[in-house]
Design a protein around this ligand. Structure first.
Ligand SMILES: Cc1ncc(C[n+]2csc(CCOP(=O)(O)OP(=O)(O)O)c2C)c(N)n1
Length: 354
């Protein structure tokens, strides 16, 4: 749903009538099924990671995207070569849709020296900056100014037609870094999409202790963004809205703010039992499990039958198990043999003209 539209110049900001997205019927079945596959991969992979964590085989935290798979998958699906993705902790589906190899994930969690972080950096902080997947920064809000800087650098180099998309939790949106980043992106008119997933909790802090506006999308107009809201449990709505936002940013319209509503269907991390979530919240519409909802839709509309779905699950589980068993046999880094320079700076030191 498009909530507020701002013109390209800051002074021409105007509010348009909200247009409600009415249909949940997928227009493009292939796209719907592709998104579902990323969602399912995320769910199955994360269940495996949680089980490895419980077995004491993962050092550091495990943070699941359970409940956020539909909006996250959509975030990765409309980005093209040359676009930049800045994912956060609950974005396994989006990372996979953007092109992150499964083995990268497992190698990082299991500390393999062959992983993208060479076994040195934990779990969710992985990335491949040279392939435009920014390494995740934990400090809430800090991904936005980093993304803005990256987009400005691309523009200064004369690149054209690119978009940057970064994600944020509703808690992260309340930090100073978020405000500064959101503001400067609009001042500089960089081609940016910010997807905020309001999962109702920032660790154990509920929405009413996080912000006092009616809906976070109301801030779009104040920042000079175009704003959109989505039911983050409805895959088709997520695909439509994120696609529109990416297209608009690419077409040179102001930065785009998308606010999706879901419930975090796990603890903050696997160390947290989330016992502070009141039971009545779990029966709210936004608390639906997007994977189950999408699966039901696929079956009811005959996009796949139960047998084909079962095969998809089995195939993904097999790929996850193979990746885990490969990474488990790989070495951790050896301190004395390591090149301790940073991942991004090494090529610049070796080849200063690069
Ligand atoms: C500036 C800062 N403060 C605190 C933290 C610790 N912290 C990490 S995640 C988190 C909760 C984040 O909530 P939200 O942004 O809503 O995202 P969610 O975890 O719900 O997806 C907190 C408090 C941090 N990483 N950075």
């Amino acid at each position: 749903m498009l909530q507020a539209a701002a013109g390209k110049g800051k002074s021409t900001t105007k509010k348009t009538a909200p247009a409600r997205s009415t249909s949940s019927k997928p227009k493009v079945h292939d796209r719907y099924l592709e998104a579902f596959r990323w969602m399912l991969l995320s769910r199955i992979l994360e269940e495996k990671l949680a089980s490895l964590y419980r077995g004491g085989m993962i050092v550091g935290g495990v943070y699941l995207g359970k409940g956020q798979e539909a909006v996250s998958a959509a975030c990765g699906m409309f980005l093209q070569k040359g676009d930049v993705f800045g994912p956060l902790i609950r974005d396994q589906a989006g990372r996979s849709a953007f092109g992150e190899p499964l083995i990268d994930v497992v190698r990082t969690y299991l500390g393999s020296v062959k992983g993208p972080m060479r076994g040195r950096d934990g779990n969710i902080h992985r990335g491949r900056p040279q392939e435009n997947q920014l390494a995740m920064i934990s400090h809430l809000g800090a991904m936005i100014p980093v993304m803005v800087g990256k987009l400005m650098a691309k523009r200064m180099k004369g690149e054209k037609g690119f978009v940057g998309l970064t994600t944020l939790g509703e808690g992260g949106m309340q930090t100073g870094a978020s405000h500064e980043g959101l503001n400067i992106a609009a001042v500089e008119q960089v081609p940016l999409v910010v997807v905020v997933t309001n999962n109702h909790w920032a660790y154990s802090t509920p929405n009413e202790r996080e912000f006092a506006c009616a809906n976070l999308v109301d801030r779009a107009i104040g920042y000079g963004y175009e704003g959109h809201t989505i039911d983050g449990t409805d895959l088709n709505a997520c695909l439509e809205v994120v696609e529109t936002a990416v297209k608009r940013a690419r077409a040179g319209r102001p930065p785009q703010l998308v606010v999706a509503e879901v419930l975090r269907l796990a603890g903050h991390g696997e160390h947290d039992d989330a016992s502070y979530v009141p039971p009545e919240m779990k029966s709210q519409p936004f608390a639906q499990d997007p994977v189950a909802r999408t699966e039901k839709f696929i079956l009811e509309n005959g996009l796949l039958d139960a047998n084909a779905l079962q095969q998809m699950r089995a195939e993904i589980s097999r790929q996850v198990d193979e990746a885990v068993s490969m990474a488990q046999q790989e070495d951790a880094p050896h301190a004395r043999e390591e090149d301790w320079r940073g991942l991004s700076t090494s090529p610049l030191i070796d080849n200063p003209s690069a």
